[in-house]
Design a protein around this ligand. Sequence first.
Ligand SMILES: [Zn+2]
Length: 479
Amino acid sequence: MSDEKLTPQKVDFSEWYNQIVQRAEMADYAPVRGCMVVRPYGWALWENIQLALDRRFKDTGHVNAAFPLLIPMSFLEKEKDHVEGFSPELAVVTIGGGEKLEEPLVVRPTSETIIGYMYSKWIKSYRDLPVLINQWGNVVRWELRTRLFLRTLEFYWQEGHTAHATEQEARAETMRMLDVYADFAINEGAVPVIKGVKSQAEKFAGANLSASIEAMMGDTRALQAGTSHFLAQNFAKAFNIQYLDENNTQQYVWTTSWGLSTRFIGAIIMTHGDDQGLILPPRLAPIQAVIIPIFKSVPETTAVMECVRRVEAELKAAGVRVKVDDRTEVTPGFKFNDWEMRGVPLRIEIGPKDIEKNTIALARRDKPGREGKSFVPQTQLAVKVADLLVEIQQALLERATSFRDSHIFEPRDYAELVEVVQNGWAYSYWCESPECETKVKEDTKATTRCLPLDQEEAPGKCIVCGKAAEHKVYFARAY
Ligand SMILES: [Zn+2]
């Protein structure tokens, strides 16, 4: 880590983001353009994301499995919209074991096709349904413009693939998993997301309906943080996934798919970070509290370190993810900056004065300076730290929510819409025609993000063309 200051967010948000990802040692650029190396600190955050999601998937009846990385090219071609959507992004293997392959293999961009193929073998009767499988893995999409975590050629994610007997069940599953994502984003990531349905232009290639959770980043741009798709019988028909129903009649299944990726790390960084660095939500932070010993002389060292180890043991026993920074080659001031950069939610300082007074100093990452600092007795420390972590988690969510809400506008006319999407989101009636959607995109670079689920049904007039519109939509520039 260098001592150089980060580029402030207001000066260049994008540069701030690139610097923070590297300096906090979250990820690095790989030798292949567009690929990323997730470094241990970034991966530890991803592991906590995985744990929080996986628990929710299992609680809703899903199981994990693993499907292969390589998919026959012909599989992709079976679903027309799917192949059209993904063709430009495919990485194709044509040589294997030194010989030209009879059929090229695609490095999976997503796994609907290979899983659909397997489901057609496994599903025979209504008794086999529903099938609720999730896979943790990596996929490759040959993106041209890439950014670490946000859009990379290869990324890590989970993809759920379910098959159901009825349309109603599959639609319910699509929305249930959207709820799971929203619950995770809000309560674990402290990222206040909006649940909604994508427009026809923005939906997943091969889906009848795509739903998403949309988050607002610190520069007010939108980020699609997770998606859930109702695939109807599109893949069931392409892969002949049929079952015998209770009346002994062959029926096609109804399928869904849903995914959340390492992109969510980008969402966390850009939702909470500031000019000093990352700010990680305590529930997902790899290190929740860092202890920094402060001493000048050798006798001080012994007493301080004894106290440090006692506090460390107490916090560990209470389940706090704690780390002692006992480096001797750098100053405490350097350590403060270093852990601020890495976004550790709570800093614990222990020095000779604290030993005398039987206190310690706690400094919150989300409230810099004196405001976030408190001196507390060493007794019952674990309880205090745990409470404070809950408080920080809550404060991050509140701050992000109020930032978001103060940057969502309801423009009176089109001219105002063009203006507000430069620094916020526009929430407006839209007639749902692709023409109006394209016009906004061409004029402002803002796209439709989602038609939120919880809107009141009061028809209005399209902000673009003035024709009758049933729903409101969010327009925003997006990552
Ligand atoms: Zn319109």
